[in-house]
Ligand binder design. Structure first.
Ligand SMILES: C[S@@+](CC[C@H](N)C(=O)[O-])C[C@H]1O[C@@H](n2cnc3c(N)ncnc32)[C@H](O)[C@@H]1O
Length: 199
């Protein structure tokens, strides 16, 4: 989806993704020593705001001005500080070695585009820094709930680990995530890859 479509989606009153951070991200990050973090394609900011609330110097980037506007409002209400950047990740010039943690959640683009975004993320990662990529797995299309119905943009642990092969891969796996819906709880299948830059 392009910026205009995301802006339209985010301009509704309710939060599209809710205020709570992603549970898989919480599992991965809760024990880490806070430093400088970047949430790539932060949407309405739920994860960037949570990172700020636990002590990270948090930056969120997204091309949707409507998403960022909602993130700013939520951060103000909660009294946390987040740096918000409005930019298209496909054209973004990454600051070199700037972040100790980069997270990317449910950012689905064509393989060449997401590959470039991941290369930029590697450039922006500080020595010793960690990157966590979470997204809808290819198997979610037939066996799980939600996510885009286009195989080309879906993840596999192998596909994402290949994008990050300059780094030390700590885990590259499929994980189940519980989603609460009006019809009860459903299971979504995510790809989760965690890697770090050697110090
Ligand atoms: C499914 S949402 C996920 C939002 C957020 N990561 C979360 O988990 O709450 C995907 C996000 O990617 C953003 N996005 C998509 N393509 C982008 C691009 N080229 N540059 C920046 N943001 C982009 C959209 O605006 C949207 O906020």
């Amino acid at each position: 989806m392009e910026k205009e479509e995301w802006d339209k989606r985010y301009s509704q009153n309710d939060l599209v993704w809710g205020w709570a951070p992603n549970e898989l991200l919480v599992n991965e990050v809760s024990d880490m020593e806070p430093g400088r973090s970047l949430d790539m394609a932060c949407g309405e900011g739920r994860n960037a705001i949570w990172l700020a609330s636990i002590g990270w110097k948090s930056t969120g980037i997204d091309f949707s001005s409507e998403g960022i506007k909602k993130g700013m409002q939520m951060a103000d209400q909660l009294g946390v500080e987040v740096e918000w950047l409005e930019a298209d990740l496909r054209k973004w010039e990454p600051p070199e070695s700037a972040y100790d943690l980069i997270v990317s959640l449910y950012v689905h683009m064509m393989p060449d585009e997401i590959g470039k975004v991941h290369k930029n993320a590697i450039a922006a990662l500080a020595p010793g820094g960690t990157i966590i990529v979470i997204g809808h797995d290819l198997t979610n299309l037939t066996e799980g709930y939600g996510g885009p119905p286009f195989p080309d943009v879906l993840f596999t642990p192998e596909r994402i680990a290949q994008d990050l092969d300059q780094l030390v891969i700590e885990k590259a796996e499929r994980v189940n995530r519980t989603v609460k819906t009006d019809e009860g709880e459903k299971t979504a299948i995510d790809t989760l890859v965690r890697a770090h830059m050697p110090a």
